[in-house]
Design a protein around this ligand. Structure first.
Ligand code: NAD
Ligand code: DAU
Length: 344
């Protein structure tokens, strides 16, 4: 690996990965390639200002010629694809952008990489491809049973990657990450949304009974897991990157309120997400045993650090929570919260 294209590198997890590599691997040249959708944010790469081994290019993974040009210009040997539409609730309101980027975009990126003669292609995927896991822990050979348009689009993207490996012999690896939290996460996802709302003493809309289960993973552990898979993963293989710390949503929310010293009266139970998966839980044994990947963060310490980061970095999130964000908030929450108020 010398010249790495990181697509979606201006987003939450992609930027953590870019910051990790640019700082720790001065011999690698990183090209961040990002469309800068509502979720892409150059502020996430601000700590790298002036770094000699980092270049930013704005572009769309679905633009074959655009991607090919960048691959050639920067003599890219490795692609790591984080680019995606990533929010389940938005996929329920409007699935089309998800199909365009997470399926068609992945195909176009693969095709450009294939034509270029790429060394290694890595796809960053999600535990949502397994669907609802009633009991036990998903392992890499389990079936796909995706339930939301987002999860189905990610499963489809993964299958395209598999097909390029089997059909054209492309050197590919895939990671499946669990629910990730930490600094620089767009405040639509549960943890940053609730931290920034609670900071302003606003209501926290909990879907359904709040007893859904998620597996929580710190963003820096997710980034180090992706790096392990990229460097040491076997060609054609898939690796789960899990926090192996599963919790009910309501327990996460109460812990967050305790850390922030805010009252539980902010919690409002609202109409559930449509098709809401009840439980995700994955085993990370394969990545741990075969690749030697280790997590560095416990959930309690990671959540405290994350709360502190949002409290210290209002400059980062206050400007996001305007314009398009407020329109989305209205569509997703206004009726839910009004209904909850009228029945409580
Ligand atoms: P994010 O929404 O914060 O960032 C996505 C980035 O992709 C943004 O910078 C956006 O501008 C860019 N992008 C979107 N469409 C693009 C396109 N057509 N061309 C180029 N760039 C485009 O997402 P995230 O939470 O950082 O997730 C990154 C990846 O990890 C995604 O593939 C997601 O499916 C996966 N993942 C996320 C989580 C999680 O909990 N957030 C967990 C497991 C896996
Ligand atoms: O599991 C990995 C996935 O985790 C990633 O692939 C996705 O990109 C990422 O968005 C995330 O999906 P979730 O749907 O699990 O995350 P979200 O933060 O949206 O929600 C976490 C849980 O909290 C889920 O059960 C829904 C619930 N929730 C969420 C929001 C935004 C609420 O109860 N209220 C809310 O307002």
């Amino acid at each position: 690996m010398k010249n790495i294209l990181v697509t979606g590198g201006a987003g939450f997890i992609g930027s953590a990965f870019v910051r990790l590599i640019v700082n720790d691997y001065p011999n690698y040249h990183i090209v961040t390639f990002d469309k800068l959708t509502y979720a892409g944010n150059l502020d996430n790469l601000q700590p790298l200002k002036g770094a000699q081994n980092h270049t930013f290019v704005q572009g769309d993974i679905a633009d074959l010629e655009g991607v090919r040009g960048v691959l050639e210009e920067h003599d890219i040997d490795t692609v790591v694809n984080f680019a995606a539409e990533s929010h389940v609730d938005r996929s329920i309101l409007d699935p089309e952008a998800f199909i365009r980027t997470d399926v068609f975009g992945v195909y176009r990126l693969l095709e450009a990489a294939h034509q270029h003669g790429i060394g290694r292609f890595m796809q960053v995927s999600t535990d949502e491809v397994y669907g609802d896991v009633e009991s036990g822990f998903s392992t890499e050979d389990d079936n796909f049973l995706p339930n939301s348009p987002y999860a189905a689009s990610k499963a489809s993207g993964e299958l395209m990657v598999r097909s390029y490996h089997v059909t054209y012999g492309m050197d590919t690896v895939t990671s499946r990450g669990s629910n990730t939290y930490g600094p620089y996460q767009y405040p639509e996802k549960l943890i940053p949304f609730f931290i920034t709302e609670a900071a302003d003493d606003r209501s926290l809309p909990v879907y359904g009974d709040g007893m859904q289960v998620r597996d929580w993973l710190h963003v820096d552990d997710h980034a180090s897991g992706v790096l392990k898979v990229l460097e040491n993963g076997k060609s054609g293989e898939v690796y789960n990157i899990a926090g192996e710390d599963i919790r009910h949503n309501i327990d996460v929310i109460k812990l967050l309120l305790d850390i922030m010293d805010k009252p539980q009266s902010l919690i409002k139970y609202v109409r559930d997400r449509e098709g809401h998966d009840r439980r995700y839980a994955m085993s990370a044994q394969k990545a741990e045993k075969e690749l030697g990947w280790e997590r560095q963060h416990t959930f309690e310490a990671g959540l405290k650090q994350t709360v502190q980061w949002y409290l210290d970095n209002e400059w980062w999130w206050r400007k996001i929570k305007t314009g398009e964000y407020l329109e989305y908030y209205k569509k997703q929450y206004a009726e839910r919260l009004a209904q909850a108020e009228s029945t409580s």
